[in-house]
Structures are given as C-alpha cells and as structure tokens.
Design a protein around this ligand. Structure first.
Ligand code: ZN
Length: 302
C-alpha cells in the first residue's frame, strides 16, 4: 500500500518556497468571498467551500473524505475546493477566502513543509495569486460569521454522504498506528494458540502494550513459576507436587482452594469463574502478596 511520505524543499522549485500571507479580517459582505471548512463527526470526515457574491450564497462544493482523514486534511481539502472554484470563475472581482483553520494558514505561510498535500495546495495558491486578486483570511470559528457558519454546516452534512468522494493517501502516523494494531492482533492470536504461557493467559487473556508491573511474589502467581510444590517437583527440587493440605500444589491452588491459605483467600475480591478479575481490585495485591509469602515458608529453602 502507498503511504504519503514527507518531502523536502529541494523536491520543489524555489518559487514554491514563498510563504502565502494571510490576515485576520472580518468578511466585508461584497466582492467574492469564499468560506471553507473541514469537519469530523462520528468518525466520518467532510469538507466544504461556499461562495458568496456581494453577500449572497451563489455556489458551494462539498466532499466526503475517507474516515482515516484528519480534520486538518479536511481543512486542506476545503481550501483545495475553494481554489478549484476560483480557477473556474469568470467573474474577475477580488476574491477573499476565509477559513477558521489557523494551522492551515500557518502551514501555507511557512516557507517549507514536509507534507506533499500542503506543498500542492501552496503551489496552487501561489499560481492563482499570480493571476487573480486573491487573499486569504483567518476567521474565528463559532462567532456567528454567516459564511463561516454556512461552511461549517455544509462540512458537517458532507460527513454523512453515502460514500467517500476522494481517496487520500495515509500519513506515516496512520501507518504506524496500523502496524501497531496488526502487531497486537498477531500477538493475541499467538497467545490464544500457544501451549506455553497458559498460566499467564488465564489471568491476562488480552494482550496490550501496557506494562504489567507487579512485585515478584505476585508475578509468581501470574506466571505459575515460583515456589510452589508443582513447580519445584518439575525441576526435581521436591519429591512431591502435593500441598501439605493434600491438594495439587500449583499457583492456582493457593488462590482458589488451599485450606492453608483460607483466611487470606477469603479476603480476595474476584469472580473465580473469571480469573482476570483477580487483578482488577487493587486491594487484592496485598492479599496475593501475603499468600505467596506464606506458601514460600512451607517449602524448604534451597
Ligand atoms: Zn494446599
């Protein structure tokens, strides 16, 4: 799959390095004024550009972007549609474009950018400014500027269009997020299918990147690797894997059923049918620690 890679200034003619200036004025209500906006709503993304001629709306463009697009990408697309409209205009009045996206205007106002989409937008803008009386303005969002409110409404409505109107290459950060989620899914599959690590999977059936920080006693319960008769027998440190109470002495025995740990076990708050719940209540940690400390005392020191 293709990803959007970053570009440096030498991929572009120095004329494209010129910053695109913007100012901070309210719309005037005459000439051609175009308002653009981008919106993300319920995980769907839309852009708009609305044209006002002497204060009256005469035209608009909308577009729905892929769901992975950012609001910034939507703002860029809105501006891109405004430029397309300007290119097609046969009215030669001055044109003012308004957006409430300061970050977009700042990206255009900087001499260089790494985003190829911003490069492209900047080139279009500089080209248009060579032939048109065109200026860019920042307008504050949600203060009742009519044109901006209209653009906002159109962009929000565009998010609910039945299908995606333009494809958009994913960014490197999209790529990293996808790799990570793919990794978790592989890891999860492996955990489910593995024959080792069964004890840990019992308590932590879902993998994630959050480190599990427990003390060494509690880790013995989580992994099953510790000073338990079962584990000692396995390595021939003991002749029997039976607990002094007569039960099978693995880690779970002391948490679930051992007579010798009954007084401690009864303080644990969890659902025995759902082992992961053992690690949900913070108060259980102290109890588990005490259980392991006691069990360790049952066994000979090696
Ligand atoms: Zn026991």
């Amino acid at each position: 799959m293709d990803y959007r890679c970053s570009q440096n200034r030498y991929d572009h003619h120095p004329l494209a390095w010129r910053p695109v200036p913007f100012s901070r004025n309210e719309p005037l209500g005459f000439d051609l004024e175009i308002f653009t906006d981008g919106s993300k709503l319920n995980g769907q993304v839309g852009s708009s550009a609305v044209v006002f001629y002497h204060g009256r709306e005469i035209q608009h463009s909308v577009c729905r972007l892929p769901d992975h697009a950012s609001v910034f990408a939507a703002e860029i697309k809105g501006m891109d549609m405004a430029f397309t409209i300007v290119k097609g205009l046969t009215i030669w009045d001055p044109v003012r474009i308004y957006t409430d996206s300061l970050s977009l205007l700042q990206a255009l106002a900087s001499t260089v950018t790494v985003d190829p989409v911003v490069w492209n937008l900047k080139k279009q803008c500089l080209e248009l400014m060579g032939t048109r009386n065109l200026r860019l303005f920042w307008v504050k969002a949600h203060v009742g500027v009519t044109g901006n409110e209209a653009a906002d409404q159109y962009a929000k409505a565009a998010t609910t269009r039945p299908s995606i109107d333009v494809e958009l290459l994913k960014t490197v950060s999209d790529f990293q997020r996808e790799v990570k989620s793919e990794l978790v899914s592989l890891w999860q599959t492996r955990l489910v299918q593995a024959e080792t690590g069964r004890q840990t999977a019992k308590y932590f059936p879902m993998v994630d990147f959050i480190p599990k920080l427990f003390n060494s006693n509690i880790m013995q319960i989580i992994t099953g690797h510790g000073r338990f008769p079962y584990y000692f027998k396995r390595f021939n440190f003991l002749h029997t894997d039976i607990c002094r109470c007569g039960g099978f002495g693995d880690a779970n025995h002391y948490v679930y059923e051992c007579q010798c740990t009954f007084d401690l076990r009864s303080r644990l708050q969890f659902d025995p049918a759902y082992p992961p719940s053992l690690f949900e209540a913070a108060s259980n940690m102290e109890v588990l620690n005490a259980i392991v400390t006691r069990v360790v005392g049952f066994l000979p020191t090696l």
